[in-house]
Design a protein around this ligand. Sequence first.
Ligand SMILES: [Zn+2]
Length: 313
Amino acid sequence: MKQTLIGTLSEGRLLHAVLIEGESGCGKKTLARLLAAGILCTGQGEAPCGECPACRKILEDKHPDVEWYGGQGSRSFHIDTIRAIKASAYVAPNEAAGRVMILTDVQNMTVQAQNALLKVFEEPPENVTFLLTCDNVGKLLPTIASRATVYRVENPSYQEGLEFLKGKMPHKTGEELSVFMRAFGGNLGWCQRGDSEDFVTLFWSCIGFLKRAGKGDEFGMLKQSAAWCEKGPVLLEALQILRYLCRNLFLAGSNAGVLCTPDLQETQEELDGAGILSMISSLEKAQSLALQNVSAALCVCQLCADIKLRQLS
Ligand SMILES: [Zn+2]
C-alpha cells in the first residue's frame, strides 16, 4: 500500500480526501503520518524522503501545517470539531506549500458532524488534503466515502508479522510472539502491546476467563475479571482482547492450526460456533455499557450473567 500511495503521490493524482480503513491497531495513523510527509516533503527524489525538515517535523508530530483531530470512544467526534477544522482549513499554511488535516476514527462522528464535513468537501479549501481514518467504511454516510479515495489496510501474513515482531521485541520467545500473532489475527498494534508486563497479565487473565466461560462457571468468570474493575480503560482493553480470542476460537473451529494457545483446546471443544457467536454478543453489550460510563463492576457482573444466561437458554 505504501508503494501504491507513493506512486499516486509522485504522479500528483492524490485527491483532496483520502480515507484509510482498517481495524484498530493495524497502522492507520502511521500510514496517515507517512502520507502527510509524502505530501509536504521538500526533499529531492521520491517523497517522503524522511530527511528534509518537513519530513522530520511531521514524523515527530511537530509540523504546524499537519493537524490531528479526533479521538477514541463512542460518538465522541462532534460538530464543534468540524467547525474548528473548517475555520482552520481556510487559513494559509504556516510554512509548507499546503496543509494536511488528519481526522482519526471518523466512525465516531455524529451524523451532524459528517454532514458538516461533507459541506467542507464540497468546496474544498485550496492546498488542503484531508486524511481520514476509520475502522469500517460501512459506519459512515455513503456520501463521505464516495468523496474520498478509500484505501484498506490489511494485516500481514503470519510469517511476515512474526518476523516484524521479532525485530521489535527481541527479548520475547518465538512461542510468545506466535501466541499473540494468532490471538490477534496478525494485528501488529495489539501484538506489540505484549511488550508490557501488565498487558501480558491481562491477556492471560482473559484466557482464564474464557476457560471458565466455556465451562459455564459464572463464579469463576467473576473471580477472573475482578481485577479488570480497578481502572476504566483496563476493562475496555480486556473486552477487546476477549473479542479477538473469540474470533480466534471461531476460526480454530474450521482450521485446527489457528488456535493461539493449547490452553484453549478444551474451551474450543466445549463451545460450538453458535456458543462463540453468542459470547461475542455478550461482549459487545458489555462494551457498549462500558463506553456509556456504566461502572466497571456493573459491566462485569452483567457480562458474566449474560454469558451464563445465554448458555442456559
Ligand atoms: Zn522529505
